[in-house]
Every structure is written in C-alpha cells, then in structure tokens.
Ligand binder design. Sequence first.
Ligand SMILES: [Zn+2]
Length: 105
Amino acid sequence: MLIYSAENLQEAYLMVGLLQQAGIEVTLKNENLQGAIGEIPFTHTYPELHLLDERDETLARKIITEYESSREHLKIITCPACGEENPANFPSCWACETQLGASRT
Ligand SMILES: [Zn+2]
C-alpha cells in the first residue's frame, strides 16, 4: 500500500532509510521514472513509498509525521518588522522582539 509520496528522490531515499531503521520494509516506486528526464514529457511522477506489510502502517505513519514536523522546525520565517530571518519555531523575533506568526493564527 502507498504510505508516502516524496517530493524528490533524495527525500524518498531518506524516508526509506528512516523506515528501514525501524524495521519496516518498503519498496520505492517511480524511482527510475523520475531519473529519465526528457523521456516522459508533460508528466511529473513522484517517488512513492509502498509498505510491504500493512501491519506496519501505524508505525510508518508515526515516523513520517515526526519527519515532517522536524522539517517544519527548519523553516525560516522573515520578521515582518525588521526583515531578520528567524527559525519558524521562534515565538518572537530575536532582533526586535516582534511577535512572529501571531497573525497566522
Ligand atoms: Zn524583527
């Protein structure tokens, strides 16, 4: 069953590694399709991770969720007041102490 669609092959390989570390067996599909640039015009295929054993689904989804939330913390947001860059998990700007993200919620 399909468990994850990666944005690119690098991410797909990373995810395969994370899942295999947890003892989850996955197969990677569309791996070769994306490598053949120019041979599949006008279509974009994403690398897909498929579980071999559906009983691994709960654990696999947990790992994927953790991966995505950790990636979220690496995002940079720009302070609307002074233009300094802050990690997305900062509650306020380190430079001018403007509340960050307050307007988003
Ligand atoms: Zn600022």
